[in-house]
Design a protein around this ligand. Structure first.
Ligand code: BES
Ligand code: MN
Ligand code: ZN
Length: 461
């Protein structure tokens, strides 16, 4: 989806940001006609109020936006993006006092609010465009918005049109655009190349499982991103109830998010060596499906007792993480819509992440706050290691009782990362259940912007 800011030299209408405390003075200073109009509408500057100001010819001359107070603004992010849906199309600029960080958030939020998933819509509507505020890095924000839009498009596309093959196509298209190298291992070749758990999870679907592998960049530190690409999660033989299956087209949200992040990294030309690994499968029901109590032998050699075929994400990720770990990258990151427990713990707005390195963990949280991509750290809690050790195999994919489900899933993944000290795992939700500023209902990236922001510090770029 192509994003743009308005041409800085072209005419544009002002969007006045007016704090509640200054609303009376602002209104008093307008023309008689505008004052009558704003008084009649009851403009108080409360956060999110938006009124278009008609010009003498009846065409919109500008608009006022209630900028609330510091306290109300803190209740959410991308507050100015609330205005976008209500403004007439055309070009706009912001008028009001914004710090450099607020200006960046406003500009990014505006772009993200103009995202539309139009693939299945016959009528496409024009949107209001913003002039980039002075001082913001417009090119960087456009690259970020494009990466995020790619993530959203991939998640929003129904599973019928976004199976393993279509995810491969999107992956390959992105890689080719930036001159990356791409390797794909499909179907039974997964067994020959040593990815038995990716094969086991994906084999019951008539859409063959595969491992997507992209490498890009000539020099610099190695960053490897691994994303869960379960294109649809029925739960397998331990099938999900209807209410839980409803949203499972989004179970490739981790893959979509690392692909979006890869877009940002490559578009911005970061000086690093990037690798992206996506195990792309459909967790289907069939006569050849893997079963409860099967024991799978992983790429790494660890055996896994299947106690629920619905805990499939950690299985496909384990083989991909083992491959990533063989290269000992400077930073390894996994992203996955891995557990319902993570959503219960922190809800859809926050992404829990795990990282043993306190400095990296702090950098991630800080970066998330800076770029309006909030994260919350959870621990790789060692005392729970015994919960993933059942008895007759090395590991249990679904500990009974489900206590600390996001943590036990993270501990499971960490067993496959033994030679890479710097590892972070994100248990994301990847879905906006109701529209919020900058985030229409539907697929959404989490953690990618925070990572992008933290990378220079973490990798010394
Ligand atoms: N894809 C789901 C996790 C999920 C569910 C994420 C709902 C977001 C919203 C995953 O494959 C899964 O089913 N996990 C199980 C694991 C359990 C069986 C140990 C879960 O969380 O219930
Ligand atoms: Mn599942
Ligand atoms: Zn899943």
């Amino acid at each position: 989806m192509p994003f743009s800011f308005a041409d800085p030299a072209a005419a544009s209408r002002p969007l006045h940001l007016v704090e509640a405390a200054e609303a009376a003075a602002f209104v008093a200073g307008r023309s008689d006609a505008e004052r009558a109009w704003l008084d009649a509408l009851g403009f108080t500057g409360a956060l999110g109020q938006i009124y278009v100001l008609p010009g003498l010819d009846g065409a919109p001359a500008g608009a006022v936006f209630g900028w609330g107070s510091a306290a109300t603004r803190r209740r959410g992010r991308f507050q100015i993006a609330r205005a976008v849906a209500d403004l007439p199309s055309g070009d706009w600029h912001l008028e009001g006092d914004l710090s450099p960080r607020e200006a960046e958030e406003a500009a990014l939020g505006w772009l993200l609010a103009t995202y539309r998933f139009t693939r299945y819509k016959s009528v496409k509507t024009p949107v209001a465009r913003l002039k980039a505020p002075a001082g913001v890095d417009a090119a960087r924000l456009l690259a970020i918005a494009e990466g995020e839009a790619l993530t959203r498009d991939l998640i929003n596309t129904p599973a019928a049109d976004m199976g393993p093959a279509e995810l491969e196509d999107a992956f390959t298209t992105l890689g080719r655009r930036f001159g990356a190298e791409i390797r794909v291992i499909r179907g039974d070749d997964l067994l020959a190349h040593g990815f038995p758990m990716i094969h086991a999870v994906g084999r019951a679907s008539d859409r063959a499982p595969r491992l997507l592998d992209l490498t890009w960049g000539e020099a610099g530190p190695r960053l490897t991103l691994v994303g869960k690409g379960v294109c649809f999660d029925t739960g397998g033989l331990d099938i999900k109830p209807a209410a839980s299956m409803g949203l499972m087209k989004k179970d490739m949200g981790g893959a979509a998010t690392v692909i979006g992040l890869a877009h940002m990294i490559m578009a911005l030309g970061l000086k690093l060596r990037l690798r992206v690994l996506v195990p792309a499968v459909e967790n289907a029901v069939g006569g050849n499906a893997f079963r409860p109590q099967d024991i799978l032998k992983s790429r790494k050699g660890l055996t896994v007792e299947i106690n629920n075929t619905d805990a499939e994400g950690r299985l496909v990720l384990a083989d991909a993480l083992a491959l990533a770990d063989e290269e000992k990258p400077d930073l390894l990151v996994s992203m996955a819509t891995l557990t319902g427990a993570a959503r219960v713990a922190v809800g859809p707005d926050l992404a829990p992440y795990f990282c043993d390195d306190d400095i990296i963990a702090a950098a991630l949280a800080e970066a998330g706050a800076t770029i309006a991509d909030p994260l919350w750290r959870l621990p790789f809690w060692e005392p729970y290691e015994t919960m993933i050790e059942p008895g007759i195999a090395d590991l249990d994919n679904a500990p009974a009782g489900g206590m600390a489900g996001s943590i036990t899933a993270a501990l499971f993944l960490r067993r496959f990362v033994t030679d890479t000290p710097r590892y972070a795992h994100f248990d994301i939700y990847g879905w906006q259940p109701k529209a919020e500023p900058g985030r229409p209902k539907g697929g959404v990236g989490q953690g990618a912007r925070a990572l992008l922001e933290a990378l220079p510090g973490v990798l010394g770029l």
